[in-house]
Every structure is written in structure tokens, then in C-alpha cells.
Design a protein around this ligand. Sequence first.
Ligand SMILES: NC(=O)c1ccc[n+]([C@@H]2O[C@H](COP(=O)([O-])OP(=O)(O)OC[C@H]3O[C@@H](n4cnc5c(N)ncnc54)[C@H](O)[C@@H]3O)[C@@H](O)[C@H]2O)c1
Length: 306
Amino acid sequence: MKTLVTGGAGFIGSAVVPALQADGYDVSVLDNLSFGSRNFIDVDDNQFYFADIRDKKGVERAILAIQPEIVIHLAAIHFIPYCNQHPYEAADTNIRGTMNVLNACKKLSSLKKVLFASTAAVYPIYDEAVNENHELLPLDIYGLSKLTGESLLKEFYHETKVDTIVCRFFNAFGPNETNPHLIPEIEKQLHDGLRIIKLGNLTPKRDFIHTYDMANAVKKLLAVKNIGYDTFNLGRGIEYSVVEIVEAFERQLGEKVIIEVDQSRVRKVEREHLLADVSKLKKVAGWEPVWGIDEGIKNLVENWSK
Ligand SMILES: NC(=O)c1ccc[n+]([C@@H]2O[C@H](COP(=O)([O-])OP(=O)(O)OC[C@H]3O[C@@H](n4cnc5c(N)ncnc54)[C@H](O)[C@@H]3O)[C@@H](O)[C@H]2O)c1
């Protein structure tokens, strides 16, 4: 299956691309390398399209040259503090960029499936696990841009009847992080030899899912026949607080780590919980996560010496 992964050189792409290749998918990647890295993926130069999804003509040229049967649209600006500081760039990339990808896709006769990376940030603050039917109320420009993306995908499906999957990713962790999220920030300080580390809010809990489990879920969803238009949460279904993540590092290091709250890092508006109900994904795609927080952090710590 000829498959295009936009944003395939990014953090999640660096797990999705090799997972697809391992199953025999013929993968091309389109990326402007603004956040990703060419070194994260093993794709031939003639299957790597250095392009910006905001460039309508460039995107169309690449997509028509590839003639993909599957498009996985990951390219986006997604680090929330960056989006808040650069709202026009975030909206332009995540909304107009998605329009450009979909407009080019409409010109393909080869296309069988599209999968769009949406986000848990489309949900409002809620203290229990959210399922796909929960009300949608993004708190920031990032969530709003992804919710608009979902609408664009729905319209695309109605127009083309090409199977369209919206996947709401929760908090990814694993190798090749591109943005200064919590886990890479803890890793950076510990890797620098610090055992008294400075962090912001300590109580919020997040549903951390390993990128290898995400990649496997993406493959399982692609394998579902005649899916039509459907939406799935993609999380681990377990939430961990900041303190619990630090404790997982302590277990791997066999050392005590002290946390100091750095007021400059404390977010004024913060969700205390963000937990996925993933029963729909498990039922429809037959997916089960296999990476626990300890195995995932062990793998990260082992990579420090490489
Ligand atoms: N990492 C998470 O926890 C998380 C959670 C929810 C949703 N998501 C979504 O998953 C997708 C992948 O996220 P990620 O964590 O791998 O982020 P990432 O920033 O590592 O990957 C995004 C990729 O898109 C590329 N890109 C950005 N702007 C582009 C543009 N204008 N044209 C072409 N390429 C461009 C970047 O270079 C990068 O390689 C994104 O759509 C993101 O919104 C991620």
C-alpha cells in the first residue's frame, strides 16, 4: 500500500513510519522539518518530500506524484505553549495546511483511507475518563485548530466517501521527542546529572501512551474494513501525575529525585485530569497497549548511553 505520512519526520511519525514499513507499507513522508528530523526515519530521498503544508501547490505536486492509497496526516504545530505564543502560525498550519492536504487528496483516484491526528485537547476540563461522545470544548487555539481539522475531515468524507479516521491522541511519550513536554524536560535535567529538579505544576494527571503503542493502534485502525467516518481516542487509559512520572524515573535510576516547584513554570490555567476512555478503539480495532510507564521510561533511560 502506497502510504503518505505528513509530518512523518516528527516524534510520533518516527514511530509510525518504521512500524508501517515493517508491515510492508510503501511509505513516503512529507515534512518541512520545522520540528522533525530527517534522521528519525529511514526513508529514501526519492520518497521524502521536503514541503510545507501551507504551500498549496507544493503539497498538491507531492501528493499527485506519490499517488498514495493511504494518507496519515500528522503534520501540525502542536506544542501548546508555542501555539499560544504563535496563534496565527498554529491556525494557518493546522487549519489551512489541513485544507491543502485534503484538497490535493480529493484529486486522487487511488485514495482508500485517510487518518487524521487530532488531540485530547478538543475536550473541556473534565475529572473522569472522556469517551468520543463527550462534549467538545477546546481551551486553546491548538485544540480549536484540531477541532476545525476534524470538521474538515468530516466534510472531506461526505464529499469523497473515502474511509476517514479521526484519532484523538492523548499524551505521547517515547524516543525522539521534539517538543519540551514534561517527560523530556525531566529526562533532560536528570541526564544532566541533577537529582534536584525544577518543574511546574505537580498534581495534574495525564494519560501517557507510548509512541510504539500509538503506531500499533494506527496500523490496527488502518486494517479495519469499511470504517466510513469514525473517531477514536488513542490513549493508554491510565493517568499519571507529574510526581508519579518522576517516581518512575527514580525506579529506573535507583536514586532519589527531589522536585522543586519553579514558579516561572507553573501554569495558571491547568487541567487536573486528562484521561482517555479507549474502550471503543479496543473493541473496533482489537488493539491493546503493551508499553507500561516503567518499560517506556526504562527504554528512555537506556538510550541515554547510546
Ligand atoms: N505528541 C503528543 O503528545 C500529541 C498529542 C496529541 C496530538 N498530537 C498530534 O500528533 C501529530 C504529531 O505530533 P508530534 O508529537 O509527532 O509532533 P512533532 O512536532 O514532532 O511532529 C509534527 C511534524 O510535522 C512537521 N511540520 C510542522 N509544520 C509543518 C508544515 N507547515 N509543513 C510540513 N510539515 C510540518 C514537523 O516538522 C514535524 O516533523 C500532530 O498532529 C499533533 O498535533 C500529538
